[in-house]
Design a binder for this molecule. Structure first.
Ligand code: AMP
Length: 460
């Protein structure tokens, strides 16, 4: 029998908010986490974005705050949520407002790259729920504009990402500043040694809930692979996005990953030179630039977004049809996070990896350490000539697609380019991201997001 929200012990206002969100059933992490959190237990959640973990910690915590009914503390908060990036902090704050819409709680968020003075004023009277990036939070604490003495519930979200961003000292400091009798909910997608140490520091006898093995790629994502030279990647991308080379799935929103900020900007610039509008999102973009890029992507106004890992981690955008790994990540788990941006909330998704000769080792690691299996796609006809600018291309006939290494799902592929025991998405005709004016060669439409001096960073 499937577990219903009504089985979990949530209050009426929270149930109504869920109704307003249109959620019918709890996700596995919600079903497992909500009852012990309502009982006041500490929790260790091993889960990545897309599993419904935000609601898993937010819903019972809202109820716990309501039940305790304590006053809002001066220059402090009752519940503190720490998140690695501005984008994630913004999303969590929005969830707190959505889920707590009928609970009458005061929610604020503070992140780096915005005015500290405004934050200071905002926090003067305290709040029920504060969502913060660690850097900005400590800034305000050091300025005596805020303290953690009122914290009843502490949540660390994407703790492994916070460590990757160098927040270890900040987290150690914060652990000394929160009251010892608080409740702690600790979330991480992966469990390296340093995270285990932090869990020991923060949690008391936690209930552990793990929803997906740390490095398992989502079932509903069909994964494809192009073996392509580094200097051919941009041309291949352009041919795909302009529908001159057919790939599986219909383009709706396309998220492209690069390893570097510079690489992301370069792709956006080159796409714009052939009339394909795209935005970049990475740590060197100012907060307004990032917000605009995300908003245009969400509204499908500019449905192509080029991102680095840090910027994209935790971003929750429904309707990402394709994730393109323009460069393969050197950490296999990052691959899982990247492709997890598609196939969210029950949808299917397509992930396409570009692998150059010097990335074969990364591909092998991804195959070995995750359950990823790829179907290899052929390059366009005359491709080398197209790259060198001396010939046209025509779409590859469907039957030319070759399946390589047709092992069942889960089998590791020796050469790192195994086939997916797939459901044959290969035949579907791609559409194209909706673009104003169409993808004319040399159209050179500029996007606002790709310019501007570097300001701020994604860690608060
Ligand atoms: P998260 O893992 O918290 O980032 O959530 C991923 C997405 O799933 C968000 O868009 C949520 O709004 C959505 N979501 C969370 N819980 C549910 C649920 N029980 N039913 C349907 N969608 C949900």
């Amino acid at each position: 029998m499937t577990i219903q929200f009504s089985d979990l012990g949530l209050s009426q206002p929270v149930m109504q908010a869920l109704d307003m969100q249109g959620y019918k059933e709890p996700t596995p992490i919600q079903a497992q986490a909500i009852p012990p959190v309502l009982e006041g237990r500490d929790l260790l959640g091993i889960a990545q974005t897309g599993t419904g973990k935000t609601a898993a910690f937010m819903l019972p915590s809202i109820d716990n705050l309501r039940k305790a009914d304590n006053q809002i503390p001066f220059k402090s908060c009752r519940m503190l949520v720490l998140a690695p990036t501005r984008e994630l902090a913004g999303q969590i704050a929005q969830s707190a407002k959505d889920y707590g819409a009928l609970a009458g709680l005061k929610v604020h968020s503070i992140v780096g790259g915005t005015s500290v003075n405004k934050d200071r004023n905002k926090l003067h009277r305290g709040c029920d729920i504060l969502v913060a990036t660690p850097g900005r939070l400590l800034d305000l604490i050091d300025q005596k504009a805020f303290n953690l003495s009122g914290v009843e519930i502490l949540i660390l979200d994407e703790a492994d990402q916070m460590l990757d961003l160098g927040f270890i000292h900040a987290l150690r400091r914060i652990s000394e500043l929160v009251p010892s009798d608080r409740q702690t909910l600790f979330f991480s997608a992966t469990m390296p040694k340093q995270i285990k140490e932090l869990v020991g520091k923060y949690c008391h006898d936690p209930v552990t809930v793990s929803v997906t093995p740390a490095a398992t790629t989502a079932e509903r994502i069909d994964q494809y692979l192009f073996m392509v030279q580094q200097d051919e990647k941009q041309s291949l991308l352009e041919l795909m996005l302009s529908e001159k080379h057919e790939v599986p799935g219909k383009f709706e929103r396309v998220l492209i990953f690069t390893r570097t900020k510079h690489g992301a900007d370069r792709i956006v610039k080159k796409l714009s030179q052939v009339g394909i509008p795209a935005n970049a999102i990475h740590g060197n973009k100012s907060q307004p630039q990032r917000e605009r890029a995300l908003s245009e992507f969400k509204r499908a106004k500019t449905p192509i977004l080029v991102a680095t890992d840090v910027a994209a981690r935790g971003i929750d955008i429904p309707g990402v049809s394709h994730v393109i790994n323009y460069e393969l990540p050197n950490v296999p788990e990052q691959y899982v996070h990247r492709i997890g941006r598609t196939a969210r909330a029950g949808a299917d998704g397509v992930a396409i990896a570009f692998c150059a000769e010097d990335e074969r080792a990364y591909l092998k690691d991804i195959n070995k350490q995750t359950d990823a299996t790829f179907e290899r796609l052929p390059l366009p006809d005359n491709f080398r000539a197209v790259v060198e600018g001396v010939g046209p291309t025509k779409p590859a006939p469907k039957q030319q697609r070759q399946r390589v290494n047709p092992k069942p799902r889960g089998a590791s592929a020796e050469r790192g380019d195994g086939a997916k025991g797939g459901r044959g998405r290969g035949g579907s005709k791609p559409g194209g991201p909706r673009r104003s004016g169409g993808p004319k060669q040399g159209g050179g439409q500029r996007r606002g997001g790709g310019r501007g001096r570097s300001q701020g960073s994604s860690q608060g």
